[in-house]
Write a protein that binds this ligand. Structure first.
Ligand SMILES: *Cc1c(COP(=O)(O)O)cnc(C)c1O
Length: 425
């Protein structure tokens, strides 16, 4: 059978009930699972049989939803985590250890920037940040003998740069390491990074996948294509025996398609316990069922709002890769032919005070530290997330004081534009 379309997968993938079973994914609200003999359970602990024994590691509800996300991304396996932060940490820490080095795009979510540059640094993991626009030569120069992963975001939050996935993947592969792409903003409805060479895909499911501002969560999908054994010395955690599991070697036992997610589940989830609750996984699945329909509307609303803002005389710049004038428009045509997402950022000529006054006047768009919700929301970094910085520091960080980030929801674009028009006036 040929591969199903993305919409069919959004609705149906991951869970196929048998005769007489619930049509909707059941919420298995149980911390533990019962076995007839200790021997049965022992096999699970030894990873000799697959099954559930404790929800800190795995739960059937989560696995149905993770299988759907893996199918959407075109990967071999997936897992859910308690947050997007946990997903990015697990994806990196599954192959990095004290003494490792990461090459990361500098244009990434602030939380991930802190995770990599501050917290992981304390664990002895070093990073070199590169421009998302780096040339192949500049990328090559960032690698070291101890580099273990390359990291970037398809559409970066909040800068809205578009990653040249093929270029970053080629550089990663020529240096024998995988490319990890955070695909939170476009979602697999609008971009599937694995098709362009990414090896591992991560998500903050809190954003468009949930889509209703309901449940914080994260996900990791493995492409099942990166050959760990071909770079045996670099990834001992996958290619050498795990003494905490009686010496099994993940890459041998679970193969190229299963090793990464099995290790992250059996070892990291066991030790760090950052699983999504089955209740959240259920909410997430409700969001996924309409993801393809919603993403189309989010991107259309983003496009309409961006085009309107471009014609406003109080606006000095609009950042949205769907605009022909945007520096990332060519990359967007290649990687995001169906559109990107609903997030638009723009600069008001009057700076910080103009941004504050404008946002106060908005009626539909609420002021929130959130994006990718059914309801339109907006944020002025200078007076909220980045308020510790003065105007000069903001300018240097590429976040002018008058910048407003607007996440266009699912309302009618005419109403969103009218709201912006009256607030500008
Ligand atoms: C929000 C976000 C994260 C962090 O996700 P949480 O679910 O808030 O932990 C990571 N990456 C991107 C691109 C995000 O937008």
């Amino acid at each position: 059978m040929s591969e199903q379309g993305i919409g069919t997968k959004c609705v149906q993938a991951g869970y196929t009930p048998k005769n007489g079973e619930p049509r909707q994914i059941p919420i298995i609200q149980s911390t533990t699972f019962k076995y007839d003999t200790s021997e049965d359970m022992g096999k699970l602990f030894d990873l000799e049989a697959s099954g559930y024994f404790y929800t800190r590691l795995q739960n059937p509800t989560n696995d149905y939803v993770a299988a759907k996300i893996a199918a959407l991304e075109g990967g071999s396996a997936g897992m859910l985590l308690s947050s997007g932060q946990a997903a990015n940490f697990f994806a990196l820490f599954n192959i990095c250890e004290c003494g490792s080095h990461i090459v990361a795009s500098s244009s990434i979510y602030g939380g991930t920037f802190n995770l990599i540059s501050v917290t992981m640094k304390k664990m002895g993991i070093d990073v070199t940040f590169v421009s998302p626009d780096a040339t192949r030569e500049e990328l090559d120069a960032a690698f070291r003998e101890n580099t273990r992963a390359v990291f970037g975001e398809t559409i970066a939050n909040p800068a809205l740069t578009v990653l040249d996935i093929e270029k970053f993947a080629a550089a990663a592969h020529d240096h024998g390491v995988p490319l990890i792409v955070d695909n939170t903003f476009p979602t697999p409805a609008h971009c599937r990074p694995i098709e362009w060479g990414a090896d591992i895909v991560t998500h903050s499911t809190t954003k468009y996948m949930d889509g209703h501002g309901t449940a914080v969560g994260g996900a990791i999908v493995d492409s099942g294509k990166f050959d760990w054994m071909a770079h045996k010395d670099k990834f001992p955690g996958l290619t050498e025996p795990d003494e905490s599991y009686h010496g099994i070697t993940y890459a041998e036992r679970f193969g190229i398609e299963g090793a990464f997610i099995t290790k992250a589940t059996a070892q990291l989830m066991r030790d760090l316990g950052s699983i999504q609750s089955p209740q959240h996984a259920f909410y997430l699945n409700l969001g996924l069922e309409s993801l393809h329909v919603r993403m189309k509307r989010h991107a259309e609303n983003g496009q309409a709002v961006a085009e309107f803002l471009q014609g406003c005389d109080k606006v000095s710049a609009v950042h949205f890769s769907g605009l022909e004038s945007d520096p990332y428009h060519e990359l967007a045509k290649k990687y995001l032919p169906k559109g990107g997402c609903g997030v638009v950022s723009f600069e008001l000529k009057g700076g910080r005070s103009a941004a504050e006054a404008f946002m106060k006047k908005l009626k539909l768009a609420a002021i929130e530290t959130h994006v990718a919700d059914a309801r339109t929301c907006c944020l002025n970094p200078a007076t909220s997330t980045h308020r510790q910085m003065n105007d000069e520091q903001l300018e240097a960080a590429g976040i002018p004081a008058g910048l407003v980030r607007m996440s266009c929801g699912l309302e009618d674009s005419a109403d969103l534009i009218e709201d912006i028009r009256q607030a500008m006036a």
